[in-house]
Design a protein around this ligand. Structure first.
Ligand code: BGC
Length: 751
């Protein structure tokens, strides 16, 4: 290998020398036009540019591989033409690079922001934009050019290991949140990579699995969030997903990467593959499909590109187009512009942003008898659960962030002046596994404490899906024992029990929620976690987050559960496919049938009136809000303007998320009883104060996808517009009339 590399390097050097000898210097990117640069490139140079340069030694002009240790990837430099190396860092919760480097005491910690699901739970794109600005700034100041985020695959099933990196089960919420994140990051002059395009909804055999999906579900659910984000915020790059859709690998799909992404939606950046480790895809097909950059990149791939062109399997025009798209992005990067990064972003300022964002993403699920807030600082707290002392600030895998310090819940409460039970503190110090608390011990703490807080924690991540078993989707026996004993002991003495759910994803709650007086869901809240949770528990901040997915009663209530890894046979869960070997013909391993079609999340539960534990869009506040004066009018260009007056009818100030759902008229197509079309959030309203929230949507947004005709159709007729506090809590409704039906054609099918 080394010999071959040296040969190429030699050839490149020779080419450079020839130019110099001819007194005809090679055109330089930025000085000459991109087309001129491309025409001066050798076939090998073009090939090299399209292959990520991270997995092997950087062989032109010395070694820069370790300039940013643990960076996810880099593009190759071609110094002869003034093309610099560019740097690609994960991820959705913040910059993911090594915190220390050889030969220096300086540290390179980054801010762990709240996980994506939590950011979406704010229902506040303005705030998500601010988080994006901060993430982009850390990328910029650490010398990175593109952030491999946001990740926006749909929460099809709660057990997908990466759901914490994703936003929601609803494509409008996904699209709007992603747009805010993209414009926030890109406002720094660094790029984003919207990922994983598309329908990458399970981790099990994620590189080989074929997602088999109807055209309607694809268009209405799995592509829709990407469509909104691409049209509204123009990400610099997109990451094609590992998986296949209906038999074609995403990275090899011309229809997906060119016809839909570019021709239909107007995307004008470049596409990179996900980090394909096996050479299971054909490079010529990928480039022709519109996949410009091969990540992480292997030297063999350079040879493959060259060979494909020489053998006529890849047109040079396709190669040139790919190079052009890469260069068009490279000229926008900080590296190309020579930005002098500081390696010193303002982590303290970003911690503050984390705290503000997490404050709005925490969801109050239950609050019987005004258990919360705990406004009296002399309240003696018995703090149970490993998560209370060792918080999961983020999820696992490429979406992790190396933060210098995480504020735990005990610390956050102490910062507010609460006294915590000392014995519990010492019991839980360093404890990694949950411990059962006996009835006798719980009684002791119920005697000497005023209130119990029990933290239940979960973590998950890339590579592995979660499981519908005890200890994951369900509480395990130790957790149940702990919760039951604490609950009985405290309730017997008229004292309250608060449960904190430190999880990146949905867990079962219906069977045990009666044991708690209050349930708070802070997700995985990032570096300021403990402080943020304490802000909510004390009432300094009034919770205003709402669920971005349905919390079902049972796992098997979820329509996709029959078609998700881990086979359900009779009444028992088999060992699971992670331990199986790959078999293209095996359900949920080789392929996954999206049999439920569009019936994902609240679309299913609301339409079929299936009881849930907590509905989509749900979240409590310490105050109450009324909705009045609903109005919907048709403005210009098919833009509907909907407004409703929200009044704080309680006794403390707070913010309210207003969700706008639409019920379509009877149609030939079966449609969900209602679908989210827009949402907004009030500012902080003082008691008695009102604000009119105005939301917009287009007639086109009312369309459903007609598979038979392969187009979007908005039926004529009367639609009901609902202003709602959750998908199950409609407060005001207004009928609107669409006079003429309309059709928006699409260019292809992914079949
Ligand atoms: C993940 C991507 C990530 C990349 C680089 C892949 O395995 O799927 O989300 O950006 O690795 O770390």
């Amino acid at each position: 290998m080394k010999i071959r590399i040296a040969t190429i390097a030699g050839a490149v050097l020779m080419a450079g020398m020839l130019h110099a000898q001819n007194n005809n210097p090679a055109p330089q990117l930025g000085k000459a036009s991109i087309d001129e640069v491309i025409s001066a490139m050798t076939l090998e140079e073009k090939a090299k540019l399209l292959v990520g340069d991270h997995e092997f030694d950087y062989y032109v002009n010395g070694t820069v591989k370790d300039e940013i240790p643990d960076i996810a990837g880099t593009s190759a430099a071609i110094p002869r033409l003034g093309i610099p190396v560019t740097y690609y860092t994960d991820g959705p919760a913040g910059v993911n690079i090594a915190p220390t480097r050889k030969g220096t005491d300086k540290t390179f910690y980054c801010t762990a922001f709240p996980v994506a699901t939590m950011l979406a739970s704010t229902w506040n794109p303005g705030l998500v934009h601010q988080v994006g600005e901060a993430i982009g700034n850390e990328a910029l100041e650490y010398g990175c050019d593109v952030v491999l985020a946001p990740a926006i695959n749909l929460h099809r099933n709660p057990l997908c290991g990466r759901n914490f990196e994703y936003y929601s089960e609803d494509p409008v919420l996904i699209g709007k949140t992603a747009s805010a994140m993209i414009s926030g990051i890109q406002s720094n002059g660094v790029g984003t990579s919207l990922k994983h395009f598309a329908a990458n909804n399970q981790e099990t055999f994620r590189r080989e699995n074929d997602s088999r999906i109807s055209q309607r579900a694809l268009r209405e659910l799995y592509l829709r969030g990407f469509e909104i984000a691409v049209r509204e915020s123009h990400p610099w790059t997109i990451m094609s997903a590992y998986n296949l859709i209906n038999g074609t690998a995403c990275s090899e799909s011309y229809k997906l990467l060119t016809t839909i992404l570019r021709d239909e939606w107007g995307f004008n950046g470049f596409v990179m593959t996900d980090w394909v480790r096996l050479q299971i895809r054909d490079i010529a097909t990928q480039i022709h499909a519109g996949n410009e950059m091969m990540m992480p990149g292997y030297p063999e791939q350079i040879d493959q590109v060259v060979a494909a062109v020489k053998e006529g399997r890849l047109a040079e025009a396709d190669l040139d187009l790919a190079v052009k798209r890469m260069l068009e992005v490279i000229v926008r990067t900080p590296r190309f512009k020579g930005y002098k990064f500081s390696n010193d972003p303002d982590l303290a300022a970003h911690a503050e942003i984390t705290r503000t964002a997490a404050n709005e993403g925490i969801i109050l699920l239950k609050n019987e008898g005004s258990t919360l807030p705990l406004s009296d600082k002399s309240t003696k707290i018995a703090l149970f659960g490993c998560g209370s002392y060792d918080l999961f600030a983020g999820g696992l895998g490429s979406g992790e962030v190396n933060a210098a310090k995480i504020v735990n819940i005990d610390e956050g409460l102490r910062n507010y002046g609460f006294s915590l039970n000392k014995e519990l503190e010492s019991i839980y110090q360093g404890m990694k596994q949950e411990i059962g608390i006996s009835p006798k011990y719980a009684a002791l703490r119920a005697e000497d404490s005023d209130v119990a807080i029990v933290t239940i924690r979960r973590n998950a991540g890339e590579y592995v899906d979660r499981r519908a078993i005890k200890g994951d989707f369900y509480l395990d026996d130790v957790e149940t024992y702990l919760l039951k004993n604490v609950s009985e002991a405290f309730h017997a003495r008229g004292k309250k029990v608060i449960v904190i759910l430190n999880t990146g994803g949905v867990i079962e709650t219906a069977s045990w929620k009666d044991l708690a007086d209050a349930i708070v869901l802070p997700w995985q809240p990032g570096v300021e976690g403990g402080n943020t949770i304490a802000d909510i528990l004390t009432g300094k901040v009034n919770p205003s987050g709402k669920l971005t997915m349905t919390w079902p009663v049972e796992y098997m209530d979820i329509p996709s559960s029959k078609n998700f890894p881990y086979d359900f046979e009779g009444n028992s869960w088999k060992a699971g496919p992670v331990r199986d070997s790959f078999d293209p013909n095996k359900r949920n391993i080789g392929f996954t049938e999206y049999e439920e079609g569009i019936w994902v999340g609240y679309r299913y539960f609301s339409t079929y009136k299936i009881p849930v534990s907590f509905p989509f869009g749900y979240g409590l506040s310490y105050t109450t809000f009324s909705y009045s004066e609903p109005k919907v009018r048709l403005g210009k260009k098919g833009l509907w303007e909907a407004s409703v007056k929200v009044t704080n009818t309680g006794s403390v100030s707070g913010k309210e998320v207003v969700e706008l759902y639409v019920t379509a008229p009877e149609s030939k197509m079966e449609k969900p009883v209602r679908e989210l079309k827009a949402f907004g959030k009030t500012g902080e309203l003082a008691p008695g104060e009102s604000q009119t929230v105005t939301l917009t949507f287009t007639t086109d947004d009312l369309a459903s996808f007609d598979e038979a005709r392969n187009c979007w159709v908005t039926d004529a007729g009367t639609y009901e517009v609902h202003f709602a506090a959750s998908s199950d809590d409609l407060r005001q409704s207004v009928p609107i009339k669409v006079r003429k039906s309309s059709v928006r054609t699409v260019l292809t099918k992914l079949d």
